[in-house]
Ligand binder design. Structure first.
Ligand code: DC
Length: 230
């Protein structure tokens, strides 16, 4: 059916290339791409900016009392993609720092944060025609998504990719430090009590350790087309 719209859920470990994959598919098939990691990052930024989180502690009760006032949405940018807004401020460039990343991983363990963001994500995808990436999209946000993909790659391959990216950005780090950070985030994402990262039973598993971006693109488009044709 030509106009059939579905929900595509892409979950997996960090630094697997989920967002690149999701963004490309959305652009190709005319769907909306929703980066749910950016939403956790926006809450992390909010907590940091408002003095509710530092390197070691989160003021959970204060954050909880504010959670209903934290609005996160996406708006089109000039590059044909979208930027994330926190309470009407474009925070796209502020949410990719190491401090905000680490904070996102921490605030994402809090149930009230997850409930608030999951409700927003469900509203964003209610009309379908979305490609959403994250950790719990196929298990919690859209358990009935028509297409679920679980992406993985070895920790070493992911650390290598991330290390190269950081070097290009001029960051001074070592491969060992990046690998340790990848493993630490895997550990936290898979072992947290609230919505831990796991493959949904009906998700298609893709290990992209040895795939080229082109092979991965072709694979995804084929799986998408097969699902639409069903
Ligand atoms: O995908 P990312 O690195 O931008 O995600 C940032 C953090 O948010 C990461 O530690 C995992 C968490 N996250 C989550 O718990 N659930 C999601 N649906 C998306 C991200």
């Amino acid at each position: 059916m030509e106009n059939k719209k579905i929900v595509v859920a892409i979950d997996g470990f960090s630094s697997c290339g989920k967002s690149t994959m999701a963004k490309e598919l959305a652009a190709k098939v005319g769907y909306t791409y929703i980066d749910t990691g950016a939403m956790y990052r926006a809450v992390s930024l909010y907590a940091i900016q408002n003095g509710l989180m530092d390197a070691t502690t989160i003021n959970e009760s204060a954050l909880q009392s504010k959670i209903a006032t934290i609005k996160v949405d996406f708006r089109p940018n000039k590059k044909g993609g979208s930027d994330v807004y926190l309470n009407d401020e474009n925070v796209e460039s502020k949410i990719r720092t190491l401090e905000v990343s680490n904070g996102a991983s921490r605030v994402s363990t809090l149930r009230f944060v997850r409930e608030h963001l999951v409700a927003m994500q469900q509203a964003m995808g209610a009309a379908k025609g979305v490609v959403m990436d994250g950790r719990d999209i196929g298990t919690v946000v859209f358990p009935n998504a028509e297409l679920k993909i679980f992406l993985t790659a070895s920790a070493e391959v992911r650390a290598e990719r991330r290390y190269k990216e950081l070097l290009q950005k001029g960051e001074n780090t070592t491969f060992e430090a990046v690998l340790a950070n990848v493993k630490e985030r895997d550990e936290r994402d898979t072992n947290r009590k609230e919505s831990p990262l796991r493959k949904a039973d009906d998700a298609v598993l893709l290990d992209n350790s040895t795939l080229s971006p082109e092979e991965q693109r072709e694979w995804l488009y084929r799986v998408f087309s097969d699902t639409i044709a069903k």
